[in-house]
Each structure stands twice: as structure tokens, then as C-alpha cells.
Design a protein around this ligand. Structure first.
Ligand SMILES: [Zn+2]
Length: 173
């Protein structure tokens, strides 16, 4: 049971993403996985996406605690997404008021195993430049249609490079 700020923050962890060379790990909450699973891009659906927030004070580690859901104001196509900037700002204000911090965003691809695209890399370069102070190392989560482990992948952007995280079970397995 995790205690933080005098408030109980019990959280189910589904898995962790590690960057062994960077010495960094993010624990992914079951509620975030539930959101990612819900919007997989099957059939003719357009891309969907949302923002990702961490709870930096959780004593179990850096926890990816919240994923915002797709918004009707987002501009979307079969293989592109432009999330509405005012909804993004509102979500950041709301998350900050709960002690959470923006860490990046997630979106779907109409691929079984998602691959990061040139467009994704460009938009993440812009994103990390815009948030350089608050967010020097943003992450991009891309959700494909496969329910296997490699159906959801993550990349960390830092120093102009993007490095994939390795998924492992929580608790060392
Ligand atoms: Zn993409």
C-alpha cells in the first residue's frame, strides 16, 4: 500500500517500461492500460490519442498514472492526429492541480505492431522543444492492434534521439 502526502495512493501496476542504458523506469498503471486498450484502431477507425501524466511522488516509483481519452475537438484521419490544443492545456492544468505532471502523449496506429513514423518523430521534436523546461524527456506511446506485448510500444525522446523502452513485468518477472 502506497502512502503519499498523507493520502493513500493505491495503484495497480500492469507492467513497467525500462530504459536500461538510461537507468530509467516508468511503472504503467492498470487504469492507463485500460484506456490504451479501449481505443485500438481496428476496422476503419481514425487515429485517436491523449496525453500521459505521471505521479512523481508515488513512493513505489515513477508511475504513469493517467491517460486522457480522445476528444471530439481533435482533428483526426486514418493515419494522422492533431490533438486539440485547448483541451490539452485544460488537461495539463487539471492534472497539475492533482500533483500530476505531463510526460508525453499516446496515439493509435492502424498497424498490428506499431512503428514510430517520420511524422511522429517530427511532432515529438516540436513537442519536446515546446516543453523543454517542464519536460526534457517526453515519451511517446503508440498503440497498434495486436494484444500481444509488442502491440503497445514506447519511445523516450532525449537529446534529439528517440529510444525505445523495454517492457517487463512489474516485480522483476
Ligand atoms: Zn503516429
Amino acid at each position: 500500500m502506497a502512502e503519499s502526502n498523507g493520502k493513500s495512493r493505491v495503484i495497480d501496476i500492469a507492467w513497467s517500461w525500462k530504459w536500461p542504458d538510461l537507468g530509467c523506469e516508468i511503472l504503467v498503471s492498470a487504469s492507463v492500460v485500460e484506456v490504451l486498450n479501449r481505443y485500438r484502431q481496428v476496422g476503419p477507425n481514425p487515429e485517436r490519442g491523449g496525453q500521459l501524466f505521471v505521479d512523481p511522488l508515488n513512493p513505489v516509483g515513477l508511475v504513469l498514472a493517467d491517460a486522457s481519452t480522445p476528444n471530439p475537438a481533435d482533428q483526426v484521419g486514418r493515419s494522422w492526429i492533431d490533438m486539440d490544443s485547448s483541451r490539452c492545456r485544460r488537461e495539463v492544468v487539471h492534472a497539475n492541480s492533482k500533483g500530476m505532471r505531463l510526460v508525453g502523449y499516446w496515439h493509435t496506429h492502424p498497424q498490428i505492431i506499431p512503428h514510430i513514423s517520420r511524422t511522429d518523430i517530427e511532432s515529438f521534436r516540436r513537442f519536446s522543444t515546446a516543453y523543454n523546461h517542464e519536460l526534457p524527456h517526453p515519451i511517446a506511446v503508440i498503440v497498434g492492434t495486436s494484444r500481444k506485448a509488442n502491440g503497445i510500444r514506447v519511445w523516450s525522446f532525449r537529446d534529439g534521439r528517440y529510444i525505445e523502452g523495454v517492457r517487463s513485468g512489474y516485480g522483476g518477472n
